[in-house]
Design a protein around this ligand. Structure first.
Ligand SMILES: [Ca+2]
Length: 327
């Protein structure tokens, strides 16, 4: 009975299971046994008949198997410590520090009102100096990395950047400095007099927006500094849910037809992108298995494999599968 339920849930017994007598086939043979006079045996037989019915239903259901793996698997590890700024003490967030050459013009804090819970906050009174919340994160040379997060900008100009200096085996040094800016004229001293509100532009100060930097980490780097702050303008900004980690993955979808089934077409999509990543079109007649290697795909995305069987039935599988793992 247990195995019958298992089949209905979509798991077909693997060949090794079958050899070991585990799986649907064993339940099937057991269910065919004759009912005896013993009431307990009758009960067991009835139960097994339900199992048989379940197996029959399973036989009419789609048995094709879709599996999606990735290298590296999703979600990739976030190398930022205390990424949501939820941890801290003495009014300071753990693992983050604020640096500026002019601390007298900045007010900073570990504050409520984040995209979730707590967040990082900075306010600057003049345009004399920049200032940033920062931390160092480990990186892997030779791989593309993503530095991303969320900001809310009330006024001024923010800058987020990934930066550092690496040393090659021969002693030469290299630098990485990849930036993203976002500005608004709100709060600028010219704004009240010379600029109409619609000309102020920039993000809505009440909303959180994502930012994203991709960095090709070259030889000689083992870490980079992730900084987020204000850039030479008076202003006020909040940051939350920061991420640093591998930017790209290779998707490895596999589709296997069930017993008596054949595959007509397989399409792989990325959520929010119109054009499919991969479309087999009409597969050769009698196709029973399909697999593909789809390289250089963003790690902060959701993917779906859709297999159409020859008789028109469709099976879909998303990846990553858990809501928590999705960006
Ligand atoms: Ca938070």
């Amino acid at each position: 009975m247990f195995h019958g339920v298992f089949v209905i849930m979509g798991r077909r017994p693997k060949p090794a299971d079958r050899e070991a007598g585990v799986g649907g086939r064993r339940s099937w043979q057991f269910a065919r046994g004759e009912a005896g006079d013993n009431p307990q045996e009758v009960l067991v037989t009835r139960t097994l008949c339900w199992g048989l019915a379940a197996l029959t239903l399973a036989r009419t259901a789609i048995a094709a198997e879709l599996s999606i793996a990735a290298e590296p698997p999703l979600p990739v590890a976030n190398q930022v410590r205390n990424p949501g700024a939820e941890n801290g003490r003495d009014l300071l967030p753990e693992d983050w520090s604020f640096t500026t050459a002019r601390p007298d013009i900045y007010t900073t804090g570990w504050v409520d009102g984040g995209r979730s819970g707590k967040c990082l906050w900075a306010k600057c009174r003049t345009s004399e100096m920049s200032g940033y919340w920062s931390q160092s994160v480990p990186v892997t040379a030779g791989l593309k990395h993503r530095f991303s997060g969320w900001y809310r900008l009330a006024s001024g100009r923010l800058m987020c950047y990934a930066h550092g200096r690496g040393t090659l085996p021969d002693g030469r040094t290299r630098t990485i400095d990849q930036r993203v800016y976002q500005g608004t004229m709100r709060g600028h001293w010219l704004a009240p007099v010379f600029l109409a509100p619609e000309a102020l532009g920039g993000p809505d100060p009440a909303l959180w927006y994502p930012f994203r930097i991709e960095v090709e980490v070259t030889e000689g780097f083992t870490s980079l500094t992730f900084s987020a702050g204000l850039y030479f303008q008076p202003g006020e900004v909040w940051f939350d849910d920061l991420f640093a980690g591998l930017a790209r993955t290779t998707l490895l979808p596999v589709v296997k037809a069930g017993e008596g089934e054949t595959l007509r077409r397989v399409v792989v999509r990325q959520a929010g992108v119109d054009k499919p990543l991969h479309d087999t079109r009409e597969l050769p007649a009698g196709a029973r298995e399909w697999h593909q290697r789809l390289a250089d795909l963003p790690t902060d995305a959701v993917y779906e494999v859709e297999a159409t069987l020859t008789d028109g039935r469709v099976v879909r599988q998303g990846y990553p599968t858990t809501e928590e793992a999705r960006p």
